[in-house]
Design a protein around this ligand. Structure first.
Ligand code: 3H9
Length: 679
């Protein structure tokens, strides 16, 4: 392995290069290298100034893989303090990204120069932690508490131009070579006879902040909603309060205590699990990374309904031409006008220019002739969920599609192998299950049939990233991963209603757990006419019979006023009562919030375990990502399977038995052996 940090000296200036692919994370070896480089810069009389830069990018920050165990010394703080304390000017030359610890390293240098395309940010909050290597103390001193909190609470990186405006960087490199400019700056500074600017000793900005008595109350109230449930944002605010009111060293002590507490929290463990799980899903063990992919330069979509239109937009958005087929001219016109309206709404919000709208619209061609799909590299069927109709579509496609075209079904539960059997090329067939609204939801379930080829799978995984979706691989079963997992959640929520817990109590328990909305409100939002449930739960069916389809038409379980405020609907309460009477249920079983949460989540975990055991999902992390991206499962819990590991599998097995459910064999085994889903 090459040295992750090298130091070369020319004309009295040391260039320290961090070279730790893929993202120059500041792992142990890098910290050792930086510590040694700082020592040499300090000791070597030949060296009069230094530039720190990274190969390919500055740095993505601390190595997240080190979290959760004791981080070997030297610590990030020790190294950064050592660099800041040098008596020779040190310039950070920032290219591509300086994130988290990477940005903290840059702040410990005396000057910062960045390329115009560089991005600087503090994404720690997204990992449930905080910039814990002096970042919460240096950043407010450089740019003021309010801007610092904006950056650290949102976790969003800012552009180099914005960083310059805020005072986070001193200079932009323009088009010229970054290193050459950084060396020039270092040369100027080493000949400049004034004290080195150290972020930790600046106080002009925080003096202004100290005068603003309402500052922290304002920040807390502005972020109250986003901060609900999360530990890190409040800890970050407390650190910045310390930065504003205390000397640097004391502020650092507050930061260290808060950082330690967060690092040990379940939330931080859950969020770093999610970070890696999200990057893992595209990796399929028996489909090697170098598997060739098919070029996808044109896409066909069959069906111009809500799903078909949304699917088409994904490709138009990235410049891939789409041919959209419908049977009737009215349906096609309706579908196309929905797409136009969607793009115009986005443009009205200032998120797209008219030129972008025009370009995207011109990428979509509507037609009534299936034959027009003959040239397409990928064809996605998004028609009615009936095997007879799929048979017609796929046998026709088999005749029309060019050899080697990828044929996909957007079905959300039908058997892909059966569908592939309608063609003579089952190896080119797979499921691409988009989530509604398909142009917005970030998840794509890639369903692997028995005969789907590796090339087709690798193509789908790559394409998914290209259209900005996170792919999760599923095997064929009823409901694949996402819908299979959440079916018990929605069924049991309705069962609780019938047994006597109110809809507000059920929804409140789940929003308190962390969901943006509870299961009953979710049903109303999705539309009661698009869900079907097995067994005796007939609530949605009965409501639909009364033309109550949810938020979109006449209300559902709730009635909605003009501002979408919900109140339990007397019509729905009557339906619930009626079902109770028919089933001979008294309806007096009122559950406490804790019992609602476990009653709804344990069966989901059980289904997840079964899905894993059957090989429908590859990894428990894939199930977590599916729930988070497909069903807005709160990410700070890590997803259902990560939450289960933290909650205790034995507890879940006991709970399931008490509820009269049979725990899945995998769950029982792991609970008995003291194992976990994440291994
Ligand atoms: C921090 O700094 C704490 C400090 O305050 C001090 C505490 C005391 N560590 O995303 P990609 C891997 S917290 C380890 O696909 P892209 C990633 O898993 C840190 N590994 O690339 C993947 O591995 P694989 C704050 C990391 O080009 C590979 O690199 N920093 C790290 O789409 C490529 O990643 C962050 O939160 C890491 N820090 O995006 C930044 N980062 O190939 C997190 C990446 O095996 N990183 N990997 O699957 C990112 O946001 C993106 O990776 C980045 C590149 C934008 C940099």
């Amino acid at each position: 392995m090459q040295d992750p940090v090298t130091l070369t000296v020319k004309n009295g200036i040391a260039t320290v290069l961090i070279d730790n692919p893929p993202v120059n994370a500041l792992g142990h070896q890098v910290r050792v290298g930086l510590r040694d480089a700082a020592a040499r810069i300090g000791d070597d009389t030949q060296i009069r100034a230094a530039v720190i830069m990274g190969r390919s990018r500055f740095s993505a920050g601390a190595d997240i893989r080190e979290f959760g165990s004791d981080i070997a010394g030297p610590s990030h703080s020790e190294v950064f303090n050592q660099i800041e304390g040098l008596m020779k000017p040190v310039v950070a030359a920032i290219d591509v990204t300086a994130l988290g610890g990477g940005a903290e390293l840059a702040m410990a240098c005396h000057y910062r120069i960045a390329t115009p395309t560089a991005r600087i940010g503090f994404p720690e909050v997204k990992l449930g932690i905080l910039p814990g290597a002096g970042g919460t103390q240096r950043l407010p001193r450089l740019i003021g508490a309010e801007a610092a909190l904006d950056m650290m609470l949102s976790g969003k990186p800012i552009t180099a131009a914005k960083a310059l405006e805020l005072g986070l960087v001193d200079k932009l490199s323009g088009d010229a070579d970054l290193l050459a400019q950084a060396l020039r700056l270092a040369t100027e500074m080493m000949n400049f006879d004034s004290p080195l600017p150290r972020s930790s000793t600046r106080d002009a900005r925080i003096k202004e902040d100290r005068a603003d008595k309402e500052l922290f109350a304002r920040i807390r109230s502005r972020n109250a909603r986003a901060m609900r449930h999360l530990l890190a944002p409040e800890a970050i605010i407390r650190c910045v309060e310390a930065a504003v009111t205390l000397p640097f060293e004391e502020g650092v002590r507050v930061e260290k205590a808060e950082s330690g507490r967060l690092m040990a929290s379940d939330q931080a463990k859950a969020l770093s699990h999610v970070f890696f799980a999200m990057r893992q899903t595209a990796k399929i063990p028996d489909v090697p990374a170098h598997t060739p992919v098919k070029p996808i330069n044109s896409v066909g979509v069959i069906g111009a309904g809500t799903m078909g239109g949304g699917i088409a937009m994904n490709f138009a958005n990235v410049g891939i031409p789409v041919t959209m087929v419908e049977v009737k001219a009215e349906a096609l016109d309706r579908g196309l006008s929905v797409i136009i309206r969607n793009y115009e709404n986005t443009a009205a919000k200032g998120k797209l220019t008219q030129e972008q709208v025009d370009r995207r619209l011109s990428a979509i061609t509507g037609t009534l002739a299936m034959d027009d799909l003959a040239h397409c590299d990928l064809i996605i069927e998004a028609v009615f969920e009936s095997m007879e109709i799929k048979e017609q579509v796929f046998s026709q496609l088999d005749r029309i599609a060019k050899p080697g075209a990828v044929l996909a079904s957007n079905t959300s539960f039908l058997d892909i192998d059966h569908i592939a059997g309608f063609t003579k090329r089952p190896d080119d067939v797979l499921g691409l299950h988009f989530f509604s609204p398909a142009n917005v939801m970030p998840l794509l379930e890639v369903v692997r049939g028995e005969q789907t080829s590796n090339t087709v799978l690798a193509t789908a995984m790559k394409l998914s990233r290209q259209i900005g979706k996170t792919p999760v691989l599923a095997r064929v079963c009823d409901g694949f991963i996402a819908n299979r997992l959440m079916l018990p959640y929605l069924v049991n929520a309705q069962e609780m209603l019938v047994e006597g817990t109110s809809m507000e109590e059920i929804d409140a328990a789940m929003t308190d757990y962390g969901f943006a909305m509870g299961p009953i409100s979710l049903l109303d939002l999705v539309g009661l006419d698009v869900v079907t449930f097995p067994g005796e739960i007939k609530l949605t069916e009965e409501l639909v019979k009364q033309e109550r389809r949810g938020q979109k038409l006449n209300g559902g379980f709730y009635d909605y006023d003009d501002r979408r405020r919900a109140t339990p609907s007397p019509a729905a309460l009557a339906v619930i009562d009626d079902v109770r009477q028919r089933r001979g249920i008294r309806g007096d079983r009122r559950r406490q919030p804790e019992e609602i949460v476990t009653g709804l989540l344990y069966p989901v975990i059980n289904e997840g375990a079964q899905t894993l055991d059957e090989g429908i999902a590859l990894r428990s992390g894939d199930i977590d990502v599916t729930a988070i991206l497909g069903y807005n499962w709160p990410d700070f819990t890590g997803g259902p399977m990560c939450w289960a590991d933290q909650h205790g599998l034995a507890r879940i097995v006991d709970g399931l038995k008490k509820m009269g459910h049979t725990p899945a064999p995998l769950l029982t085994r792991l609970a008995r052996e003291g194992g976990s889903f994440s291994g």
